[in-house]
Design a protein around this ligand. Sequence first.
Ligand code: CMC
Length: 391
Amino acid sequence: TDAFTYDPGFTSTASCQSKLTYIDGDQGVLLHRGYPIGELAEQSSFMEVAYLLLNGELPSQGELDGFSRTITRHTMVHEQLATFFRGFRRDAHPMAIMCGVVGALSAFYHDSTDIRDPQQRTIASHRLIAKMPTLAAMAYKYSVGQPFLYPDNSLSYTGNFLRMTFGVPAEPYEVNPAVERAMDRIFILHADHEQNASTSTVRLAGSSGANPFACIAAGIACLWGPAHGGANEAALNMLREIGTPDRIPEFIARAKDKNDPFRLMGFGHRVYKNYDPRATVMQKTVREVFDALKVNDPLFETALRLEEIALNDEYFVEKKLFPNVDFYSGVILSAIGFPTSMFTVLFALARTVGWVAQWNEMITDPDQKIGRPRQLYTGPTQRTFVPVGER
Ligand code: CMC
Protein backbone atom coordinates (compact mmCIF):
# COMPACT_ATOMS: atom_id res chain seq x y z
CA THR A 1 0.00 0.00 0.00
CA ASP A 2 2.98 2.33 0.58
CA ALA A 3 3.22 3.26 -3.07
CA PHE A 4 5.08 6.53 -2.64
CA THR A 5 7.73 7.92 -4.95
CA TYR A 6 11.08 7.54 -3.25
CA ASP A 7 13.02 10.74 -3.88
CA PRO A 8 15.74 11.32 -1.26
CA GLY A 9 17.04 14.88 -1.44
CA PHE A 10 13.98 15.80 -3.56
CA THR A 11 16.00 15.73 -6.78
CA SER A 12 12.88 15.33 -8.92
CA THR A 13 10.02 16.65 -6.81
CA ALA A 14 8.43 20.06 -7.41
CA SER A 15 7.11 21.03 -4.00
CA CYS A 16 5.30 24.18 -5.13
CA GLN A 17 4.48 26.53 -7.97
CA SER A 18 6.39 29.78 -7.94
CA LYS A 19 6.59 32.97 -9.99
CA LEU A 20 9.72 34.28 -8.30
CA THR A 21 12.89 32.72 -9.62
CA TYR A 22 13.79 30.66 -12.66
CA ILE A 23 16.96 28.58 -13.00
CA ASP A 24 18.15 26.72 -16.08
CA GLY A 25 20.99 24.72 -14.60
CA ASP A 26 22.27 23.37 -17.91
CA GLN A 27 22.57 26.81 -19.47
CA GLY A 28 23.69 28.59 -16.28
CA VAL A 29 20.71 30.97 -16.31
CA LEU A 30 19.17 32.62 -13.24
CA LEU A 31 16.21 35.01 -13.57
CA HIS A 32 14.33 36.89 -10.87
CA ARG A 33 10.79 37.66 -12.04
CA GLY A 34 12.24 37.25 -15.55
CA TYR A 35 15.27 39.55 -15.16
CA PRO A 36 18.76 38.01 -15.58
CA ILE A 37 20.86 38.06 -12.40
CA GLY A 38 23.80 39.63 -14.26
CA GLU A 39 21.71 42.65 -15.29
CA LEU A 40 20.26 43.05 -11.81
CA ALA A 41 23.70 42.81 -10.19
CA GLU A 42 25.22 45.36 -12.56
CA GLN A 43 22.38 47.88 -12.85
CA SER A 44 20.07 47.50 -9.89
CA SER A 45 20.24 47.86 -6.11
CA PHE A 46 19.41 45.37 -3.38
CA MET A 47 16.38 47.43 -2.32
CA GLU A 48 15.11 47.39 -5.90
CA VAL A 49 15.60 43.62 -6.15
CA ALA A 50 13.82 43.18 -2.82
CA TYR A 51 10.88 45.20 -4.15
CA LEU A 52 10.91 43.16 -7.37
CA LEU A 53 10.90 39.82 -5.56
CA LEU A 54 8.17 40.89 -3.15
CA ASN A 55 5.91 42.68 -5.65
CA GLY A 56 6.57 41.06 -9.00
CA GLU A 57 7.55 44.21 -10.94
CA LEU A 58 10.43 46.67 -10.84
CA PRO A 59 9.43 49.81 -8.93
CA SER A 60 9.08 53.32 -10.33
CA GLN A 61 11.39 55.87 -8.66
CA GLY A 62 8.52 56.94 -6.41
CA GLU A 63 7.70 53.36 -5.45
CA LEU A 64 11.35 52.61 -4.74
CA ASP A 65 11.71 55.70 -2.54
CA GLY A 66 8.54 54.78 -0.67
CA PHE A 67 9.68 51.19 -0.16
CA SER A 68 13.13 52.29 1.04
CA ARG A 69 11.49 54.71 3.50
CA THR A 70 9.25 51.93 4.82
CA ILE A 71 12.18 49.57 5.32
CA THR A 72 14.21 52.34 6.94
CA ARG A 73 11.43 52.98 9.44
CA HIS A 74 11.90 49.47 10.81
CA THR A 75 15.71 49.31 11.11
CA MET A 76 15.81 49.68 14.90
CA VAL A 77 15.29 46.65 17.10
CA HIS A 78 13.54 46.56 20.46
CA GLU A 79 15.98 47.76 23.11
CA GLN A 80 15.38 44.61 25.13
CA LEU A 81 16.94 42.56 22.32
CA ALA A 82 20.34 43.94 23.30
CA THR A 83 19.91 42.13 26.61
CA PHE A 84 19.08 38.96 24.75
CA PHE A 85 22.43 39.25 22.92
CA ARG A 86 24.28 39.65 26.19
CA GLY A 87 23.18 36.19 27.28
CA PHE A 88 25.52 34.64 24.69
CA ARG A 89 29.17 33.83 25.18
CA ARG A 90 31.41 36.33 23.41
CA ASP A 91 32.91 33.51 21.34
CA ALA A 92 29.52 32.19 20.20
CA HIS A 93 29.34 31.60 16.45
CA PRO A 94 27.35 34.52 14.99
CA MET A 95 25.09 32.05 13.16
CA ALA A 96 24.20 30.51 16.54
CA ILE A 97 23.30 34.00 17.74
CA MET A 98 21.27 34.70 14.60
CA CYS A 99 19.23 31.49 15.01
CA GLY A 100 18.37 32.66 18.52
CA VAL A 101 17.69 36.36 18.02
CA VAL A 102 15.68 36.05 14.82
CA GLY A 103 13.57 33.33 16.45
CA ALA A 104 13.11 35.68 19.41
CA LEU A 105 11.67 38.45 17.18
CA SER A 106 8.24 36.83 17.37
CA ALA A 107 8.32 37.47 21.11
CA PHE A 108 9.04 41.16 20.49
CA TYR A 109 6.64 41.92 17.65
CA HIS A 110 3.37 40.26 18.64
CA ASP A 111 1.44 42.70 16.51
CA SER A 112 2.73 41.15 13.28
CA THR A 113 2.46 37.44 13.91
CA ASP A 114 -1.14 36.82 12.82
CA ILE A 115 -0.50 35.27 9.41
CA ARG A 116 -4.19 35.46 8.39
CA ASP A 117 -4.01 39.27 8.32
CA PRO A 118 -2.40 40.59 5.08
CA GLN A 119 -1.38 43.83 6.76
CA GLN A 120 0.41 41.99 9.56
CA ARG A 121 2.15 39.78 6.98
CA THR A 122 3.40 42.89 5.18
CA ILE A 123 4.65 44.52 8.37
CA ALA A 124 6.41 41.31 9.46
CA SER A 125 8.05 41.07 6.01
CA HIS A 126 9.31 44.65 6.19
CA ARG A 127 10.49 44.19 9.75
CA LEU A 128 12.49 41.09 8.88
CA ILE A 129 14.21 42.72 5.89
CA ALA A 130 14.89 45.92 7.84
CA LYS A 131 16.14 44.36 11.06
CA MET A 132 18.47 41.71 9.63
CA PRO A 133 21.35 44.18 9.00
CA THR A 134 20.95 45.58 12.51
CA LEU A 135 20.97 42.11 14.07
CA ALA A 136 23.86 40.91 11.89
CA ALA A 137 25.94 43.95 12.83
CA MET A 138 25.08 43.43 16.51
CA ALA A 139 26.23 39.80 16.29
CA TYR A 140 29.56 41.05 14.93
CA LYS A 141 29.93 43.87 17.45
CA TYR A 142 29.20 41.47 20.29
CA SER A 143 31.92 39.08 19.14
CA VAL A 144 34.57 41.81 19.04
CA GLY A 145 33.51 43.46 22.28
CA GLN A 146 32.52 46.80 20.76
CA PRO A 147 29.32 48.71 21.56
CA PHE A 148 26.26 48.22 19.37
CA LEU A 149 25.64 51.09 16.96
CA TYR A 150 22.14 52.34 16.27
CA PRO A 151 21.10 52.54 12.61
CA ASP A 152 21.62 55.82 10.76
CA ASN A 153 18.68 56.09 8.42
CA SER A 154 20.27 58.81 6.33
CA LEU A 155 22.39 56.02 4.81
CA SER A 156 21.42 53.38 2.27
CA TYR A 157 20.39 49.89 3.41
CA THR A 158 23.88 48.57 2.71
CA GLY A 159 25.77 51.69 3.82
CA ASN A 160 23.91 51.57 7.10
CA PHE A 161 24.88 47.94 7.59
CA LEU A 162 28.56 48.66 6.90
CA ARG A 163 28.56 51.55 9.36
CA MET A 164 26.82 49.54 12.10
CA THR A 165 29.40 46.78 11.54
CA PHE A 166 32.65 48.68 11.18
CA GLY A 167 31.92 52.07 12.74
CA VAL A 168 32.61 53.01 16.37
CA PRO A 169 30.91 55.79 18.37
CA ALA A 170 34.21 57.61 18.95
CA GLU A 171 34.89 58.36 15.29
CA PRO A 172 32.90 59.36 12.22
CA TYR A 173 32.61 56.51 9.72
CA GLU A 174 32.88 57.15 6.01
CA VAL A 175 31.21 54.49 3.89
CA ASN A 176 33.55 53.61 1.00
CA PRO A 177 31.28 53.83 -2.09
CA ALA A 178 33.10 51.00 -3.92
CA VAL A 179 32.75 48.70 -0.91
CA GLU A 180 29.11 49.72 -0.50
CA ARG A 181 28.45 48.91 -4.16
CA ALA A 182 30.26 45.54 -3.91
CA MET A 183 28.42 44.61 -0.72
CA ASP A 184 25.08 45.58 -2.26
CA ARG A 185 25.91 43.43 -5.28
CA ILE A 186 26.80 40.47 -3.06
CA PHE A 187 23.41 40.89 -1.38
CA ILE A 188 21.70 40.90 -4.81
CA LEU A 189 23.54 37.71 -5.80
CA HIS A 190 22.28 35.96 -2.66
CA ALA A 191 18.74 37.35 -2.59
CA ASP A 192 16.86 34.28 -3.83
CA HIS A 193 17.51 30.91 -5.44
CA GLU A 194 14.18 29.12 -5.77
CA GLN A 195 13.60 25.97 -3.68
CA ASN A 196 17.05 25.48 -2.10
CA ALA A 197 17.27 23.72 1.27
CA SER A 198 16.77 26.78 3.49
CA THR A 199 13.93 28.21 1.38
CA SER A 200 12.21 24.83 1.39
CA THR A 201 12.68 24.81 5.16
CA VAL A 202 11.04 28.23 5.46
CA ARG A 203 8.12 27.08 3.31
CA LEU A 204 7.74 23.82 5.23
CA ALA A 205 7.87 25.58 8.58
CA GLY A 206 5.39 28.18 7.30
CA SER A 207 3.04 25.56 5.92
CA SER A 208 1.94 24.71 9.45
CA GLY A 209 0.91 28.32 10.05
CA ALA A 210 3.95 29.21 12.16
CA ASN A 211 4.71 32.94 12.34
CA PRO A 212 7.21 34.40 9.84
CA PHE A 213 9.90 35.23 12.40
CA ALA A 214 9.98 31.58 13.53
CA CYS A 215 10.02 30.42 9.89
CA ILE A 216 12.99 32.61 8.96
CA ALA A 217 14.84 31.37 12.06
CA ALA A 218 14.30 27.83 10.74
CA GLY A 219 15.74 28.93 7.38
CA ILE A 220 18.80 30.38 9.11
CA ALA A 221 19.40 27.08 10.91
CA CYS A 222 19.29 25.19 7.62
CA LEU A 223 21.50 27.72 5.83
CA TRP A 224 24.25 27.28 8.41
CA GLY A 225 25.35 23.87 7.08
CA PRO A 226 28.58 23.66 5.03
CA ALA A 227 26.77 22.05 2.06
CA HIS A 228 24.60 25.21 1.83
CA GLY A 229 25.30 28.72 3.12
CA GLY A 230 28.19 27.58 5.29
CA ALA A 231 30.14 26.88 2.09
CA ASN A 232 31.44 30.46 1.79
CA GLU A 233 33.16 30.15 5.17
CA ALA A 234 34.38 26.64 4.31
CA ALA A 235 35.64 27.78 0.89
CA LEU A 236 37.83 30.54 2.30
CA ASN A 237 39.15 28.26 5.04
CA MET A 238 39.99 25.75 2.32
CA LEU A 239 41.81 28.38 0.24
CA ARG A 240 43.79 29.39 3.32
CA GLU A 241 44.67 25.76 3.96
CA ILE A 242 45.81 25.32 0.36
CA GLY A 243 47.76 28.57 0.64
CA THR A 244 49.89 28.67 -2.48
CA PRO A 245 49.08 27.41 -6.01
CA ASP A 246 51.77 24.70 -5.86
CA ARG A 247 49.67 22.78 -3.31
CA ILE A 248 46.54 22.72 -5.50
CA PRO A 249 47.19 19.29 -7.11
CA GLU A 250 47.30 17.69 -3.66
CA PHE A 251 43.84 19.03 -2.84
CA ILE A 252 42.43 18.19 -6.27
CA ALA A 253 43.60 14.61 -5.72
CA ARG A 254 41.90 14.55 -2.31
CA ALA A 255 38.64 15.88 -3.77
CA LYS A 256 38.64 13.06 -6.32
CA ASP A 257 39.48 10.34 -3.81
CA LYS A 258 36.24 8.55 -2.88
CA ASN A 259 37.81 7.36 0.41
CA ASP A 260 38.46 10.93 1.46
CA PRO A 261 35.41 12.96 2.58
CA PHE A 262 37.12 16.18 1.41
CA ARG A 263 35.29 18.16 -1.28
CA LEU A 264 36.30 21.32 -3.07
CA MET A 265 34.21 23.86 -1.21
CA GLY A 266 32.53 26.44 -3.42
CA PHE A 267 32.39 23.88 -6.22
CA GLY A 268 29.42 21.93 -7.55
CA HIS A 269 25.72 22.57 -7.36
CA ARG A 270 22.54 20.52 -7.30
CA VAL A 271 20.98 22.51 -10.13
CA TYR A 272 23.83 24.18 -12.05
CA LYS A 273 25.60 21.80 -14.38
CA ASN A 274 27.30 24.78 -15.96
CA TYR A 275 29.04 27.91 -14.65
CA ASP A 276 26.99 29.47 -11.83
CA PRO A 277 26.08 32.92 -13.27
CA ARG A 278 26.49 34.40 -9.81
CA ALA A 279 30.12 33.22 -9.67
CA THR A 280 30.86 35.17 -12.87
CA VAL A 281 29.73 38.45 -11.28
CA MET A 282 31.45 37.56 -8.02
CA GLN A 283 34.80 36.97 -9.71
CA LYS A 284 34.59 40.38 -11.40
CA THR A 285 33.66 42.04 -8.12
CA VAL A 286 36.83 40.71 -6.45
CA ARG A 287 38.97 42.86 -8.73
CA GLU A 288 36.80 45.96 -8.15
CA VAL A 289 37.07 45.62 -4.37
CA PHE A 290 40.81 44.96 -4.50
CA ASP A 291 41.30 48.06 -6.66
CA ALA A 292 39.13 50.21 -4.38
CA LEU A 293 40.85 49.04 -1.20
CA LYS A 294 44.29 48.78 -2.80
CA VAL A 295 44.73 45.25 -1.49
CA ASN A 296 45.90 42.16 -3.27
CA ASP A 297 45.20 38.96 -1.39
CA PRO A 298 47.32 36.17 -2.91
CA LEU A 299 44.46 33.79 -2.12
CA PHE A 300 42.62 35.23 -5.14
CA GLU A 301 45.41 33.98 -7.40
CA THR A 302 45.16 30.59 -5.70
CA ALA A 303 41.39 30.57 -6.27
CA LEU A 304 41.76 31.49 -9.96
CA ARG A 305 44.39 28.81 -10.48
CA LEU A 306 42.31 26.22 -8.60
CA GLU A 307 39.34 26.99 -10.83
CA GLU A 308 41.49 26.69 -13.95
CA ILE A 309 42.99 23.35 -12.90
CA ALA A 310 39.62 21.90 -11.83
CA LEU A 311 37.85 22.99 -15.00
CA ASN A 312 40.46 21.13 -17.04
CA ASP A 313 40.35 18.00 -14.91
CA GLU A 314 38.43 15.01 -16.24
CA TYR A 315 36.72 14.31 -12.88
CA PHE A 316 35.24 17.82 -12.59
CA VAL A 317 34.38 17.99 -16.28
CA GLU A 318 32.60 14.65 -16.25
CA LYS A 319 30.62 15.45 -13.09
CA LYS A 320 29.89 18.98 -14.37
CA LEU A 321 31.32 20.63 -11.26
CA PHE A 322 31.82 24.40 -11.63
CA PRO A 323 32.54 27.20 -9.15
CA ASN A 324 29.37 28.31 -7.38
CA VAL A 325 28.40 31.64 -5.79
CA ASP A 326 30.44 30.87 -2.68
CA PHE A 327 33.76 30.23 -4.35
CA TYR A 328 34.83 33.88 -4.71
CA SER A 329 32.61 35.64 -2.17
CA GLY A 330 34.92 34.81 0.75
CA VAL A 331 37.91 36.52 -0.87
CA ILE A 332 35.88 39.75 -1.21
CA LEU A 333 34.32 39.61 2.25
CA SER A 334 37.69 39.00 3.81
CA ALA A 335 39.17 42.01 1.95
CA ILE A 336 36.30 44.17 3.24
CA GLY A 337 37.22 43.09 6.77
CA PHE A 338 34.68 40.44 7.75
CA PRO A 339 35.91 37.45 9.76
CA THR A 340 34.99 34.11 8.15
CA SER A 341 32.43 33.41 10.89
CA MET A 342 30.33 36.33 9.56
CA PHE A 343 30.18 35.10 5.95
CA THR A 344 27.11 32.91 6.37
CA VAL A 345 25.41 35.66 8.38
CA LEU A 346 25.74 37.95 5.33
CA PHE A 347 24.20 35.22 3.18
CA ALA A 348 21.31 34.96 5.67
CA LEU A 349 20.83 38.74 5.65
CA ALA A 350 20.46 38.79 1.86
CA ARG A 351 18.47 35.56 1.56
CA THR A 352 15.92 36.92 4.05
CA VAL A 353 14.44 38.82 1.10
CA GLY A 354 13.96 35.57 -0.84
CA TRP A 355 12.68 33.69 2.19
CA VAL A 356 10.14 36.40 2.97
CA ALA A 357 8.99 36.63 -0.68
CA GLN A 358 8.66 32.83 -0.91
CA TRP A 359 6.83 32.66 2.41
CA ASN A 360 4.34 35.30 1.23
CA GLU A 361 3.83 33.48 -2.05
CA MET A 362 3.15 30.25 -0.17
CA ILE A 363 0.69 31.78 2.30
CA THR A 364 -1.36 33.30 -0.51
CA ASP A 365 -1.25 30.20 -2.77
CA PRO A 366 -4.77 28.67 -3.00
CA ASP A 367 -3.14 25.21 -3.30
CA GLN A 368 -1.21 25.71 -0.07
CA LYS A 369 -1.44 22.91 2.49
CA ILE A 370 0.76 21.64 5.27
CA GLY A 371 3.97 20.08 3.94
CA ARG A 372 3.92 16.46 4.94
CA PRO A 373 6.19 14.09 2.99
CA ARG A 374 5.67 10.35 3.32
CA GLN A 375 8.40 7.69 3.60
CA LEU A 376 9.36 4.19 2.60
CA TYR A 377 9.32 2.29 5.88
CA THR A 378 12.31 -0.07 6.22
CA GLY A 379 12.09 -0.97 9.94
CA PRO A 380 10.96 -4.23 11.58
CA THR A 381 7.51 -5.67 10.92
CA GLN A 382 5.06 -5.83 13.85
CA ARG A 383 6.37 -7.80 16.87
CA THR A 384 5.31 -8.42 20.46
CA PHE A 385 6.64 -6.35 23.35
CA VAL A 386 8.99 -8.22 25.71
CA PRO A 387 9.26 -6.83 29.31
CA VAL A 388 12.74 -5.58 30.21
CA GLY A 389 13.44 -8.42 32.68
CA GLU A 390 12.88 -11.02 29.97
CA ARG A 391 15.13 -9.48 27.30
N1 CMC B 1 34.21 18.29 -4.78
C1 CMC B 1 34.43 17.02 -5.19
N2 CMC B 1 33.47 16.20 -5.64
C2 CMC B 1 32.22 16.67 -5.67
C3 CMC B 1 31.91 17.98 -5.26
C4 CMC B 1 32.96 18.80 -4.80
N3 CMC B 1 32.72 20.05 -4.38
N4 CMC B 1 30.58 18.20 -5.39
C5 CMC B 1 30.06 17.07 -5.87
N5 CMC B 1 31.05 16.14 -6.05
C6 CMC B 1 30.89 14.78 -6.61
C7 CMC B 1 30.29 13.87 -5.56
O1 CMC B 1 31.30 13.20 -4.84
C8 CMC B 1 29.48 12.93 -6.41
O2 CMC B 1 30.36 11.97 -6.97
P1 CMC B 1 29.83 10.47 -7.25
O3 CMC B 1 28.74 10.61 -8.26
O4 CMC B 1 31.04 9.79 -7.77
O5 CMC B 1 29.34 9.95 -5.95
C9 CMC B 1 28.97 13.81 -7.56
O6 CMC B 1 29.93 14.88 -7.65
C10 CMC B 1 27.59 14.41 -7.33
O7 CMC B 1 27.58 15.01 -6.04
P2 CMC B 1 26.33 14.96 -5.06
O8 CMC B 1 26.80 15.24 -3.67
O9 CMC B 1 25.53 13.73 -5.30
O10 CMC B 1 25.52 16.19 -5.62
P3 CMC B 1 24.44 17.04 -4.85
O11 CMC B 1 23.61 17.70 -5.87
O12 CMC B 1 23.74 16.22 -3.82
O13 CMC B 1 25.31 18.13 -4.05
C11 CMC B 1 26.45 20.09 -3.40
C12 CMC B 1 25.48 19.45 -4.42
C13 CMC B 1 26.47 21.61 -3.62
C14 CMC B 1 25.97 19.83 -1.98
C15 CMC B 1 27.86 19.51 -3.63
O14 CMC B 1 28.33 19.81 -4.94
C16 CMC B 1 28.87 19.98 -2.58
O15 CMC B 1 28.95 19.41 -1.50
N6 CMC B 1 29.68 21.07 -2.88
C17 CMC B 1 30.57 21.65 -1.94
C18 CMC B 1 29.80 22.55 -1.00
C19 CMC B 1 29.35 23.84 -1.64
O16 CMC B 1 30.12 24.52 -2.32
N7 CMC B 1 28.08 24.23 -1.40
C20 CMC B 1 27.53 25.49 -1.86
C21 CMC B 1 26.43 25.31 -2.86
S1 CMC B 1 25.99 26.86 -3.67
C22 CMC B 1 25.44 27.92 -2.43
C23 CMC B 1 24.23 27.41 -1.71
O17 CMC B 1 23.27 27.01 -2.36
O18 CMC B 1 24.21 27.46 -0.50
